[in-house]
Design a binder for this molecule. Structure first.
Ligand SMILES: NC(=O)c1ccc[n+]([C@@H]2O[C@H](COP(=O)([O-])OP(=O)(O)OC[C@H]3O[C@@H](n4cnc5c(N)ncnc54)[C@H](O)[C@@H]3O)[C@@H](O)[C@H]2O)c1
Length: 265
């Protein structure tokens, strides 16, 4: 890395917590953040979290630890923060990239969407982001420095387009878009309120990641995307490194759209 690139994007002094870090996008981000020099904590309930941390530590020569705590519980998040501070020191960067897609999630008709699923989606996708910001970001505000990157979605900016789903069995329900729109509002509020304490809070708006979905869905999604493909998780490494590093020093409260042009028309 040249000196300029290291000054802009290097994370050698950083401790990064990635909430949802064992997910499809999160695990790619954890590795990229460690490659940029950070020590990384993977905050996720998934079984593979410890193995992922061990693999990243071995591949990058940085510290990588698993924090197996439930993001929807303030008590568990406080325990996660204490464990982090004992093992790696206080977080300087928080990436919020968890999501709920469990039971009931895929029911699509808004008039029949189950309340239980609605509450689970909002609890994980919005309330847990608020709690993680309170608990990790609150400490950043006390310490006078930090960066937070919250994952929204194209569906937090525009509606899901029901035409692309057909009979694929894949769809995106009302609660998802609502939760992701909420993340944008949360980001702007915290950006304004924590700017005086040196905490920058920005939001990433990703488009859909290819994950072996139904071919008809993939064809429809691709045809509607100006860049002519679905995303790969790797497409979000650069934008997240940008928002997590000094390269974005003059940005806060911003919504960075990385969607292959999906929302451009
Ligand atoms: N994948 C996409 O196509 C896409 C598109 C737009 C936006 N996004 C957003 O990007 C982010 C990452 O997406 P992804 O596809 O990697 O998600 P994913 O479903 O693969 O991973 C989510 C992770 O969050 C963890 N998690 C969920 N609830 C938790 C809880 N209560 N406590 C601890 N961990 C919990 C899961 O264990 C999982 O590892 C999400 O916020 C998602 O909404 C994804």
């Amino acid at each position: 890395m040249s000196e300029l690139l290291r000054d802009l994007f290097g994370l050698d002094d950083d401790v990064v917590v990635v909430a949802g870090g064992a997910g499809r996008i999160g695990r790619v981000l954890c590795r990229a953040l460690a490659q940029a020099g950070a020590n990384v904590a993977i905050l996720d309930l998934a079984d593979q979290t410890e193995q992922l941390a061990a693999d990243i530590a071995a591949a990058t020569n940085r510290k990588a630890i698993a924090l197996r705590y439930d993001l929807t519980s303030a008590d568990e998040l406080a325990r996660a923060r204490d464990a982090l501070e004992q093992r790696l020191g206080p977080a300087t960067v928080l990436i919020n990239c968890a999501q709920f897609r469990g039971q009931g999630f895929y029911s699509s008709a808004p008039e029949k969407y189950p309340r239980e699923a609605w509450e689970r989606v909002l609890e994980t996708n919005l309330t847990a982001v608020h709690l993680a910001c309170q608990i990790f970001g609150g400490r950043m505000a006390e310490r006078g420095t930090g960066r937070i990157v919250n994952f929204s979605s194209t569906y937090g900016v525009v509606s899901a387009d029901p035409r692309i789903y057909g009979d694929s069995g894949v769809n995106s329900p009302i609660a998802y878009g609502v939760s992701k729109a909420g993340v944008i509002g949360l980001t702007r509020y915290l950006a304004v309120h924590w700017a005086p304490q040196g905490v920058r809070v920005n939001c990433l708006v990703p488009g859909g990641v290819y994950d072996g979905q139904d071919p008809a869905f993939v064809a429809n999604y691709t045809a509607r995307t100006p860049l002519g493909r679905m995303a790969a998780a790797e497409d979000y490494q650069g934008p997240v490194l940008f928002l997590a590093s000094r390269a974005s020093a003059y940005m806060t409260g911003a919504v960075l759209t990385v969607d292959g042009g999906w929302t451009a028309w």
